[in-house]
Design a protein. Structure first.
Length: 310
């Protein structure tokens, strides 16, 4: 894969986002509709895409790369959490401190990354992409959510039920069993799963585009910690991820897929978590929107870096 192919696919995704923006501006999609479509994506479409990705012949080499990539992503998460805590711990505004910390660590890999790698690498890309999704669910529902609970102090036990029953996590477990046992879904059921999963890319991008209609230019966009968070999320952490993956010996589709997932913009959950903690969501919306728009430039930069040898 070359930079031209990657840029072409990113432009295609942004074209689909533009459709979502137009739909939003024309008031064809209300907030409740957007929420309903998001639930359909999370609970139905994305799990089908993941299960379908595991319907391929068992290969020890694939499992090895899968596990190495997972190790690399876990190491990267720990580094991100430590660095972000040190960088933002002295922030004067507690709300912006939490938003900046969360936004720098957690990417929109599910909504942005999976559609992109699906378009670039097909089911093989999604197979390796679920590595990042699994790690995201483990860290997001433990460390991530704790940032917005009593100023980051965890006073409740980890909700493993929420983690393990997450639809994407369940789909990953089902898919792994299918892959390891070479089990195939019956013909008609397999086609249903495949067709449902195929709408993930356009529907995800339209929903993201519709959410971008909420962008309002305000003083929050000038907050230096938000821009530092954006730099960490879009450029610095993915670059660190490249080094980790190369040191671990991750190569081929597994390498490029994991790098692209790491280079995705700020996770949209930053807005939801901010709202749930009863804080001003404006900085979160600004960070997520700017990060999403700038990934048109930053993802190709990261991909170019990934092709450099060291």
């Amino acid at each position: 894969m070359d930079i031209g192919q990657l840029s072409s696919q990113i432009l295609l995704l942004f074209g689909l986002m533009l459709v979502g923006v137009i739909i939003g501006k024309l008031k064809f999609m209300q907030a409740q509709t957007s929420n309903d479509l998001t639930n359909i994506l999370i609970y139905v479409v994305s799990p089908c895409l993941i299960v379908n990705a595991f319907e391929q012949p068992y290969s020890p080499s694939r499992i090895k790369l899968f596990l190495l990539a997972f190790l690399g992503v876990v190491i990267l998460y720990f580094l991100e959490i430590i660095i972000s805590k040190l960088v933002f711990m002295r922030g004067k505004n507690a709300n912006i401190q939490r938003i900046s910390t969360y936004g720098s660590v957690y990417s929109n890999a599910g909504f942005m990354g999976i559609p992109l790698i699906s378009a670039l690498f097909g089911s093989t890309g999604v197979f390796y992409g679920v590595v990042s999704l699994a790690a995201f669910n483990l860290f997001n529902w433990t460390h991530g959510i704790s940032l917005f609970s009593h100023h980051g102090e965890v006073d409740e036990p980890i909700n493993w039920k929420k983690i393990l029953l997450n639809p994407n996590f369940v789909a990953i477990l089902i898919g792994l069993v299918m892959f390891l046992t070479s089990f195939k879904l019956p013909g008609t059921l397999n086609n249903v799963v495949k067709y449902v999963g195929s709408i993930n890319t356009p529907l995800s991008m339209i929903v993201i585009g519709n959410s971008l209609t909420r962008i309002k230019f305000s003083r929050e966009m000038l907050e230096k910690n938000l821009w530092l968070s954006l730099m960490l999320r879009n450029l610095i952490y993915p670059a660190i991820g490249i080094i980790i993956l190369k040191l671990l010996g991750v190569t081929g589709t597994a390498f490029y897929t994991t790098v692209i997932m790491a280079a995705c913009p700020v996770a949209g959950l930053v807005v939801l978590f901010t709202l749930q903690s009863e804080n001003d969501p404006a900085p979160a919306i600004s960070l997520m929107s700017l990060s999403t728009l700038l990934c048109l430039i930053t993802i190709p930069i990261i991909f170019t870096l990934s092709n450099l040898s060291f």
